[in-house]
Structure formats: C-alpha cells, structure tokens
Design a protein. Sequence first.
Length: 106
Amino acid sequence: MAATSVQDIIQRITGLDPSRLTGFTGVVLFDLSGEGGGKWTLTISEGKAKVEEGQTATPNVTLSMNADDFVAMANGQLNPVSAFMQGKIRVTGDMGLAMRLQSILT
C-alpha cells in the first residue's frame, strides 16, 4: 500500500522486518521541507530501527528534500539517483549510507 504522508513512511520504517536491517548501522537525519515536513532522526543498530521527531543525535548522513519528494521516493515513484542529480535531494555526510537507504525506504 502506498504511503500518503511522511508519518506513514516513518511508521513503515519502525515496523520493518529486522532481517532487512542486518548489517546496517547508522544515524540518518531527514530534513524535510514543505507541508508535512520537519526533521526526523533514524537510528539503526543491531537490527532495530528507531525514528524520533527532531534532530536527536549526530547524524552520519543528512538527507534534505521536500516532504512530497520523500513520499514519492518511498513509494517508488521518484528514483533517488535521478532526484539527487536534479538537485531534489541534498546529501551531507556518508554517501554510502545514503545509497543503502533505498533498500529500507522502498
């Protein structure tokens, strides 16, 4: 089922099967602009994902984008690489971690 809001995606992330998170460790800050946006900190360690509103830790990578683009990306309607090339997504920090996120978000 397609997500319709940032909150839908956040719920989807926190309910992920732990096997999808194996070997994945890091702190990601989503800095989302526009309606429904805000800052969200995703912490992944030991097969668990925790999402908190606001910037609650020092991120390994920060993804800045419009909230609508974030929803479209999570629904597979926006290719993350194309969006990055078009300047719709700004990445600060660990680019490798940012690239691995696609498998979790979609």
